[in-house]
Write a new protein. Structure first.
Length: 188
């Protein structure tokens, strides 16, 4: 648990609507899902309630810290859905105040997701999308809108995806990449 995964250049914080820790975790899921499972994955999400530390400090990131952030053995699932189904999930995220996302930006107005852009393009409700998400969120959470959608099990734990994401930077002699772009904003 004391193994160094790499150098974290900034503090990461859990927060809504757009916490740096949640976005960092979602980035790790997106990148590793694309590299190890399905290169067509466009977006990724973290269950905000599943993040169990409020902050991770800059400096050496240890394996044990990743276990503290994510103590559950949740598996990464690949889910295939329409833009309309994705919009329904984003409305759920908006109603909960936001959360960690990768591959998209949106605004929240009156508890609804608006101005949604997936990989820089406006959300197309008729298009097909591919998402990486937690088996808990897809199969067991209070959000039931993804039940019955086609999905692919990966046997790849979310925690392992984050560890692998960090390790690749260490092996390249680089600090861990943290994208600080704001992805979710509340608007009047």
């Amino acid at each position: 648990m004391d193994d160094s995964l790499g150098w974290l250049p900034i503090d990461l914080s859990k927060g809504l609507p757009d916490g740096s820790l949640g976005n960092f975790l979602a980035d790790s899921y997106l990148r590793m899902a694309q590299r190890r499972v399905d290169s067509s994955v466009q977006v990724a999400f973290i269950n905000h309630g599943g993040i169990r530390l409020n902050q991770v400090s800059a400096g050496l990131l240890r394996r044990g810290t990743v276990y503290e952030v994510m103590p559950f053995d949740n598996e990464l699932l690949i889910v295939y859905l329409t833009g309309a189904q994705l919009k329904g999930y984003l409305d759920h995220i908006a109603a909960e105040g936001g959360g960690g996302v990768a591959g998209l930006e949106m605004r929240i107005r009156e508890g609804k997701a608006i101005d949604i852009r997936v990989r820089g393009h406006p959300l197309d409700t008729a298009a097909r999308y591919c998402m990486a998400n937690s088996d808990y969120t897809v199969l067991s959470s209070n959000y039931t809108g993804m039940r019955g959608l086609p999905f692919r099990r990966t046997s790849y734990l979310l925690r392992d995806a984050t560890i692998d994401y960090c390790t690749q930077f260490r092996e390249a002699g680089l600090p861990i990449h943290v994208d600080t772009q704001k992805r979710i904003q509340h608007v009047p």
